[in-house]
Design a binder for this molecule. Structure first.
Ligand SMILES: [Zn+2]
Length: 167
């Protein structure tokens, strides 16, 4: 397990679509452990996706526990080959990203999602998520398709903000 360097915009890997993995493969388990270590290394970081550490694979982790915006949390979510099977509602809120450390932006996301994925032990799980936790999952799933929050901002002039500090 290791804390890995995080790639930053405009690294081309962040714009690349990832490929599905075998949830039981030992390298995938190692990658999950490294993603968790790297996420926890950065204060207030609530999610990290494999392309951010240079791996073009459909693996991400989310944990919004303790974040002031989190209305609820299911703890650590390991997202292997995840997909959204339902979504509803729409809300705009401010997002940031370790790979875009100097900016934040207003992004519209579904309020509630139903997510289906595999976990770190190769078991399939499904869960209904809402609020900040649902936003975090949508943000990480975007990374797996080469999409950054900057790509979802409607107006780059009025909805992107320079960050004072990363917190
Ligand atoms: Zn991000």
């Amino acid at each position: 397990m290791a804390v890995l360097p995080v790639r930053r915009f405009p690294d081309p890997l962040l714009k690349t679509i990832t490929r599905p993995v075998d949830p039981n493969a030992p390298p995938v388990r190692r990658l999950i452990a490294d993603l968790i270590d790297t996420m926890r290394h950065h204060p207030r970081c609530v999610g990290l996706a494999a392309p951010q550490v240079g791996q073009l694979l459909r693996v991400a982790v989310v944990d919004v526990t303790g974040h002031p915006k989190a209305e609820q949390s299911h703890g650590l979510l390991v997202l292997v080959n995840p997909r959204l099977t339902a979504r509803d509602g729409l809300r705009m809120q401010r997002e940031g990203c370790l790979s875009v450390p100097d900016l934040t932006g207003n992004v519209s996301r579904a309020v509630r999602v139903h997510v289906e994925a595999w976990d770190g032990s190769g078991a399939r799980w499904t869960r209904r998520l809402e609020g900040f936790e649902a936003v975090a999952v949508q943000h990480e799933l975007d990374h797996l398709d080469g999409t950054l929050f900057l790509d979802r901002v409607v107006n780059a002039r009025t909805d992107v903000f320079r960050r004072q500090r990363y917190a």
